[in-house]
Design a protein around this ligand. Structure first.
Ligand code: GAR
Length: 222
């Protein structure tokens, strides 16, 4: 008998479009994974309703009721672990997680970030790319470590910045790439192509020297 599908806990703070893209890939059997639960740190995150509409258990746990961040993180980890996921997926989860939480899920937690890491860690990445006049932009899927947006990057989707891009248009184009890249990367873990061994990622059995990079551009205009 083949192994059980990879079980996912997805953490969101807002819209949850990446969560929905992952859940739909699971439901369509494009990847051998299931979403065990969706958790939000914000009351009323729109992604909660989206998750429930997809038949997924979703809950909110805000830090507000806890005296210290560590206590909230412990409670969150207990709720997540009760769902017994193999992988924790940060999908637009906009809160920095402490070292205890990160250590608990080391090698079992991924994040997606809207830039070509290590460029533009942190917030407002699309605006900063436009201000810098960069030719290329994109998104990165990485394992989560203690360094903010700094864990090993495993996959990147790259797009060309267009002359008519503003922050909104650029963000929408990056998100469209995210919705392909994130499910695909999780699918690699589900199929055993990507694994965390001896504290680093292996891809097809080899240490990953550089992220798997794909261009999502059409032919270049001349
Ligand atoms: C995504 O674009 C994701 O890359 C970004 O938040 C958005 C969430 O959208 N994450 C970060 O900026 C993390 N530093 P979604 O809620 O619709 O998936």
């Amino acid at each position: 008998m083949s192994a059980a599908p990879l079980s996912l806990a997805i953490l969101i703070s807002g819209r949850g479009s990446n969560m929905a893209a992952i859940a739909r890939s699971c439901a369509a059997h494009e990847i051998r994974a299931t979403v065990a639960c969706v958790a939000s740190d914000r009351v009323g995150a729109p992604g909660l309703d989206t998750a429930r509409a997809l038949g997924i258990e979703a809950f909110t746990l805000t830090p507000a009721g806890f005296e210290a961040r560590a206590a909230w993180e412990q409670a969150l980890a207990e709720r997540i672990d009760a769902a017994r996921p193999s992988l924790v997926i940060l999908a637009g989860f906009m809160r920095i997680l402490g070292s205890g939480f990160v250590a608990h899920y080391r090698g079992r937690m991924l994040n997606i970030h809207p830039s070509l890491l290590p460029r533009y860690k942190g917030l407002h990445t699309h605006r900063r790319v436009l201000e810098a006049g960069d030719a290329m932009h994109g998104c990165s899927v990485h394992y989560v470590t203690d360094e903010l947006d700094g864990g090993p990057v495993v996959a990147q989707g790259r797009i060309r910045v267009r002359e008519d891009d503003d922050e909104e248009r650029l963000s929408a184009r990056v998100q469209a790439v995210e919705h392909i890249l994130y499910p695909r990367t999780i699918g690699w873990i589900a199929s055993g192509r990507l694994a965390w061994r001896t504290d680093r990622p292996l891809f097809d059995g080899q240490p990953l020297a550089a992220p798997v990079l794909e261009d999502f551009n059409g032919p270049e205009k001349r």
